[in-house]
Write a protein of this length. Sequence first.
Length: 175
Amino acid sequence: MEFAERQALRSRIRTMVEPTVGLLDLELVAVQLTGGGENLVLRIAIDKPGGVTVADCTALSRALSPEFDVEDPIDGPWRLEISSPGMDRPVELASDFVRFAGLKAKVRMAPDWGRRRYTGSLLGLSDDESAIRIRVGDDEHLLPRDHVDRVQLDLTPDEFAALGMASPAIEGESP
């Protein structure tokens, strides 16, 4: 699956699952597609105040299964994983770029972008929110969001604890 097609699919799935996530009083943190072919995984990261439990992951998985049965967004076989964000929390929402500014992050760019990976201090977004700002060493980079594949925090256990985030919960279930 090409990068642009994968990004469009992630956006479509986000739009599809957000109402159900909200009905369960959860926050949709990220929608990720990993692997490919027979091993495609749709990973949905959720959060809530006080942290996510395995029961939350199970409840969302069960709530989404009928939706995916009616409107299967992915051609071919795939597996659904519902998880908490964890120490390597994905950052997708504009509000999260502001919330986590100053923390260490890893950015993976689209295959057609020259440099594929950046690790540094997340500085937030550009004024028009079209680019991610990250400081790597002494250099600040503006990375266009439409060329960004993934952004994840790179927290130490102490930073994770200081942010008050709960331990990760993971629940995998096929649709």
